[in-house]
Write a new protein. Structure first.
Length: 220
């Protein structure tokens, strides 16, 4: 495809289903502190805004001060486990075939996630996706994180500028795209909480097999 756009992807809830892994890691940390485990659906509701938000929600739900002395301890334990406890991270069906097709079309690709960089790299390597991307930015890679637009702008510039599509799954991703002035494709089967029609997007898809065609037929 001539003049192929760059594609920047969110990670959790977009490329991979990571909630099982996050659920396991979170409950291991809570257990070490003597707290009760939380359900998968509860942990899922905490995902998408980065580790500091996850830590605060875990502490609040466990009846603790989210900004108290336990915060640093839980954050450190979570990030440390994140880098090694990668079981439970799986790519969504069709992701690998879609990335292969986009690469064949000449699309340059990057990942922009609020997950810290080291755990993001570990998860991407575990599921076999790391080598598809020229750049991966984590929530600790820059002074700001999504929904602030700087991470997306940085990825776009690193991929050479020009046409770009951002692909995500959540309200945070939609807000990031709006703030960055970026075209946005939303994966409807991810971790979004609001009804799809309430989340700003240019195009929605429920099956990764749709993505190469959407990119090729994008109305700029």
């Amino acid at each position: 495809m001539s003049d192929a756009p760059s594609i920047i992807f969110d990670l959790d809830g977009t490329l991979i289903d990571s909630v099982p892994a996050i659920h396991s890691v979170s409950n291991a940390v809570l257990s070490d502190l003597g707290f009760e485990p939380l359900s998968l659906s509860t942990i899922r509701s905490f995902v998408g805004k980065g580790v500091p938000n996850l830590v605060r929600q875990l502490l609040i739900t466990s009846g603790e001060d989210p900004d108290g002395p336990l915060f640093a301890r839980v954050e450190h334990a979570l990030v440390k486990r994140y880098e090694t406890d990668v079981e439970g991270n799986v790519p969504y069906p069709g992701v690998i075939a879609a990335l292969d097709a986009l690469k064949a079309k000449g699309c340059r690709m990057a990942v922009c996630t609020n997950k810290p960089f080291a755990p993001a790299e570990a998860a991407l390597r575990h599921v076999g996706l790391w080598d598809y991307f020229e750049l991966t930015l984590g929530g600790d890679s820059m002074p700001t994180r999504k929904p602030e637009p700087q991470m997306l702008h940085h990825c776009h510039a690193a991929l050479g500028g020009g046409r770009m599509i951002y692909v995500g799954d959540s309200e945070v991703d939609a807000e990031t795209a709006v703030n960055a002035g970026a075209p946005f494709a939303i994966y409807s089967e991810g971790y979004r909480k609001a009804p799809l029609h309430e989340v700003p997007h240019d195009v929605a898809f429920s099956d990764w097999a749709m993505v190469p065609g959407l990119v090729e037929g994008w109305k700029w």
